[in-house]
Write a protein that binds this ligand. Structure first.
Ligand code: CAP
Ligand code: MG
Length: 429
């Protein structure tokens, strides 16, 4: 049927695959065998088979649950598509962990596979609709911040140093950043409830500080309080935060897990946006030939209900050169319609300062959070001036003015550009 010896149970022609009845996984594979053979082995391992025939297999199992390789590049390296019958998945109980155990499971360890990268997943409408997705999305977060009309990018800050400040010190930094013009203050991914900065005390102090910003400026500033940890404790911290006026929560999704994100996002009492950090992602996403593409993580976060997700920058300290086109593609997916699920606001973060704000907005789009830690708290005049300089850089882009020009009567921006310089789009795209 296709050159190599393939078990028909695990093979199909593309026209035989109804996209409404299968989850389709697209892999890049490298092996000593043809890609179609690798696809067959993935289909066997991740659906009904093992290394030998078993006497317990039935006709019903073969008919209903066999995954099928159905599209593949010729040769020993290239792209292969495998279709997994919907009946293999238990959305309600197993959810995303069950999905990942199948489409990104044992296959990575098969001896015949030298390298394998899960590039993308395509879901039937019914599968997507089984999830509730984000509660707020881009529109919901913009409604809270008051930017539905202006459509300007939001400005976020990560309190720095990453760890070490106590709750009072954290609240002062949050206040300064809020007064300076940020829309979001977030914990760093490594901070949850260490002794020097217990979560409960920090949450209360920071919310007081942001209430003060609201009284003085009329602006709402979100505080993404990091609850990542043991699942039982995460639920406790989330309840505590909501009871004490929190307006946003943060989860490190890859270290905490998709299941707990979904659990919290689907809880009606958690009526605040969830900011999703992707720390550890590069262990999966960095290599071109092996791992899991960020697009897959983005799709799973949207299913699970994250409202904001770190997806990378066009320029900054993270990522690899030229990656911005993939970041843009992921951002466009998060902002597009998807069977009625709300959108997700992408977050550009990592080494951002005013001088690279224009490049990031122009290449990644306006519906985005521009996030800066060092690029705000490293401003020579302090956090408030740092936030002002970042807001001024965003304003300059919205007005279509070059930063240098705008800096002439915006001293905070001028000072920041003197310290960090400016990056022009020709250098990136
Ligand atoms: C940025 C940051 C974020 C990274 C995460 C940090 O701080 O707080 O965690 O942006 O990377 O700890 O590095 P700076 P990504 O602004 O001081 O660099 O968004 O790519 O997942
Ligand atoms: Mg961080």
């Amino acid at each position: 049927m296709c050159g190599a010896e393939i078990d028909e149970t695990f093979f199909a022609y593309p026209k035989e695959i109804d996209p409404d009845s299968y989850v389709i996984a697209k892999y890049y594979v490298e092996s000593d065998s043809p890609t179609v053979k690798v696809g067959e082995q993935i289909a066997i391992e991740e659906s009904i088979g093992t290394w030998t025939e078993v006497t317990t297999e039935t006709e019903w199992i073969r008919q209903h649950l066999a995954a099928k390789v159905f599209k593949y590049d010729e040769g020993n390296r290239g792209v292969v598509h495998v279709a997994f019958p919907l009946e293999l998945f238990d959305v309600e109980v197993g959810g995303i962990p069950n999905l990942l155990s199948i489409v990104a499971g044992n296959l990575f360890g098969l001896s015949m596979i030298k390298n394998c990268r899960l590039l993308d997943l395509y879901f039937p409408k019914s599968y997507v609709k089984a999830f509730k997705g984000p509660k707020f999305g881009v529109q919901g977060v913009r409604r809270i911040i008051g930017t539905l009309e202006s459509r300007r990018p939001h400005l976020g800050t990560i309190v720095k140093p990453k760890v070490g400040l106590n709750p009072e010190q954290t609240a002062i930094v949050a206040y300064e950043a809020g007064i300076g013009g940020v829309d979001l203050v977030k914990d760093d991914e490594t901070l949850t409830s260490q002794k020097f900065c217990p979560f409960e005390n920090r949450l209360v102090k920071v919310m007081e500080a942001l209430d003060k910003v609201k009284e003085e400026t009329g602006r709402t500033v979100l505080y993404a309080a990091n609850i990542t940890g043991r699942h039982d404790k995460m639920l406790e911290l989330a309840d505590f935060a909501i009871e004490h006026g929190a307006n946003c929560l943060m989860i490190d999704v890859l270290t905490a897990g998709f299941a707990v994100l979904r659990r919290l996002a689907e809880d009606p009492s958690i009526n605040v946006p969830i900011h999703v950090h992707r720390t550890m992602h590069a262990a999966l996403t960095r290599k071109r030939t092996h791992g899991i593409h960020m697009m897959v993580i983005a799709k799973l976060v949207r299913l699970a209900g994250g409202d904001q997700l770190h997806t990378g920058t066009a320029a900054g300290k993270m990522g690899v050169k030229g990656e911005w086109k993939e970041v843009r593609m992921i951002n466009d997916f998060l902002r597009s319609s998807w069977y009625g699920l709300k959108t997700v606001m992408p977050v550009a973060s990592g080494g951002i300062h005013p001088g690279i704000v224009p490049v990031n907005i122009k290449l990644l789009g306006n519906d985005i959070v521009i996030n800066a830690g060092g690029g705000i708290h490293g401003h020579p005049w302090g956090t408030k001036a740092g936030a002002m300089a970042m807001r001024q850089a965003i304003e300059a882009v919205m007005k279509g003015m070059p930063l240098k020009e705008y800096a002439k009567d915006h001293p905070e921006l001028k000072k920041a550009l003197e310290k960090w310089g400016e990056l022009f789009i020709e250098k990136v795209s």
